[in-house]
Design a protein around this ligand. Structure first.
Ligand SMILES: CC(=O)N[C@H]1[C@@H](OP(=O)(O)OP(=O)(O)OC[C@H]2O[C@@H](n3ccc(=O)[nH]c3=O)[C@H](O)[C@@H]2O)O[C@H](CO)[C@@H](O)[C@@H]1O
Ligand SMILES: C=C(OP(=O)(O)O)C(=O)O
Length: 419
């Protein structure tokens, strides 16, 4: 498996391109199942998760083309196979997003249960309960979700007991082709959901309340094709903001919109990182020293759980202490022991971690078991004395496109060791 090698101590400066958001692209790709016409997505990132989703949709029978040079994904045709097999779903949990569209358009789906992953148990009960409320009959059998509906799904009033990005997306897509009105209450408000809703509207869906926690969908008989630009990846942009800041640098995050950061803007500014919206992106500049800031992860517009590990790396070298509380996933501190191996002073207990900033981290061989933990170790390595080698970067490629090239282009001493 590839490794990333970093020699710390270089100040990052320059322009860095922010790609299309992985977490928007994945549900957007699933919309290809809602129509037989072509759905074309532009600004598509070249990531292994996107390839996995493309493979799954091709297996369902869609024609899938991803031209990485022009950053276009085109999805066309009708599904002929309704099974999402274990081998694909275990690689990427977002595969479960085919469930709602398949049920809504074809009345049947057989999708492997995603199971847990390194960051938590991550059940899909809210997805299933919502679909049952819409008239689906769901059985769990041999690790699979077997779902079917006679005729069309029926509109329903669905109150989510917990805010869930994936459940909101699955139910939103299902509701577009249901008979009657569906109300999604306590819906997630992440920008990726707004992007999905806007794409669905451009396909002929009738959705009100976009951007709020109450989405009202009037089902329609059919949807048509569209061309939709994928919104910028706020997590990739935030990662680069932390990378630049830890080196005392200044980066223009090309293509990024400041409003997508939510509470992360406030936390980064409090920590000493200036963020300015400019015509072609967001400028992120470290002012003087870094200061310890307390953060708690929350659904959007709160501080994103997908930024927690990167922010912790930044706090590891800040002046003073910070308390980082993870409220979304029960096991999202796997980066703590690895950052500690680099000299960080972090004390994690339950859902909180106290980080006491130190002057300098020291390079070390480290390993990561999830996507954002991997990149947090790269960020730490950029500021560490000596060499850091991040092992097992398989997860990194799920969500970052050529991260080592992008960082090297703005001054980092970083390379990939194949193997
Ligand atoms: C592909 C994608 O977009 N992934 C993002 C999505 O994941 P994902 O959609 O899986 O995350 P959810 O918002 O659904 O999960 C939030 C919390 O709800 C729980 N839950 C969720 C569904 C359910 O049926 N039952 C249940 O208990 C989860 O275990 C978790 O504790 O949102 C997360 C929270 O912002 C991000 O970290 C992920 O990067
Ligand atoms: C947790 C993440 O992704 P996924 O939901 O695909 O595992 C992430 O993007 O940080």
């Amino acid at each position: 498996m590839d490794r990333i090698r970093i020699r710390g101590g270089r100040r990052l400066e320059g322009r860095i391109a922010v790609g299309g958001a992985k977490n928007a692209a994945l549900p957007l790709m699933a919309t290809g199942l809602l129509t037989h016409e072509a759905v074309v997505l532009t600004n598509a990132p070249a990531l292994s998760d996107i390839a996995t989703m493309g493979g799954l949709l091709a297996q369902h029978g869609l024609r899938v083309e991803h031209d990485t040079a022009s950053r276009r994904i085109s999805l066309d045709g009708a599904a002929t196979d309704f099974e999402a097999p274990y081998d694909l779903v275990r690689k990427m949990r977002a595969s479960v997003l085919v469930l709602g569209p398949l049920l809504a358009r074809y009345g049947q789906a057989r999708v492997s249960l995603p199971g847990g992953c390194a960051i938590g148990t991550r059940p899909v009960d809210l997805h299933l309960k919502g679909l049952e409320q819409m008239g689906a009959v769901i059985e769990l059998e041999a690790g699979y979700i077997n779902a079917r509906v006679d005729g069309r799904l029926k509109g329903a009033r669905i109150l989510f007991t917990q805010v869930s990005v994936g459940a909101t997306e699955n139910l939103l897509m299902a509701a577009t082709l249901a008979e009657g009105t569906t109300e999604l209450i306590n819906a997630a408000r992440e920008p990726e959901i707004t992007d999905l809703a806007q794409c669905l509207v451009s396909m002929g869906a009738r959705i009100e309340g976009i951007g709020t926690d109450r989405l009202v969908v009037q089902g329609v008989d059919s949807l048509h094709g569209t061309t939709h630009p994928i919104l910028p990846d706020r997590i990739e942009a935030g990662t680069f903001a932390c990378a630049g800041a830890i080196t005392g640098g200044e980066l223009l995050l090309e293509g990024m919109r400041l409003d997508l950061f939510g509470a992360c803007t406030h936390s980064l500014r409090e920590a000493g990182v200036e963020l300015l919206q400019e015509a072609d992106g967001v400028r992120a500049r470290r002012l003087n020293g870094l200061h310890g800031v307390d953060v708690m992860t929350e659904p959007f517009p709160g501080f994103a759980t997908d930024m927690q590990a990167q922010f912790m790396a930044l706090m590891a070298v800040a002046e003073g202490a910070s308390m980082i509380t993870e409220t979304i996933f029960e096991n999202r501190f796997m980066h703590v022991p690895e950052l500690t191996r680099m000299g960080a002073r972090i004390n994690a207990h339950g859902s909180s971690a106290i980080v006491r900033g130190i002057g300098k981290l020291s390079g070390a061989p480290v390993m990561a078991t999830d996507l954002r933990a991997s990149v947090s170790l790269i960020i730490a390595g950029l500021a560490a004395e000596g060499e850091t080698v991040v092992n097992r970067v398989y997860h990194l490629d799920r969500g970052y496109e050529r991260v080592e090239r992008k960082l090297a282009a703005v001054g980092a001493e970083i390379d990939r060791i194949a193997g």
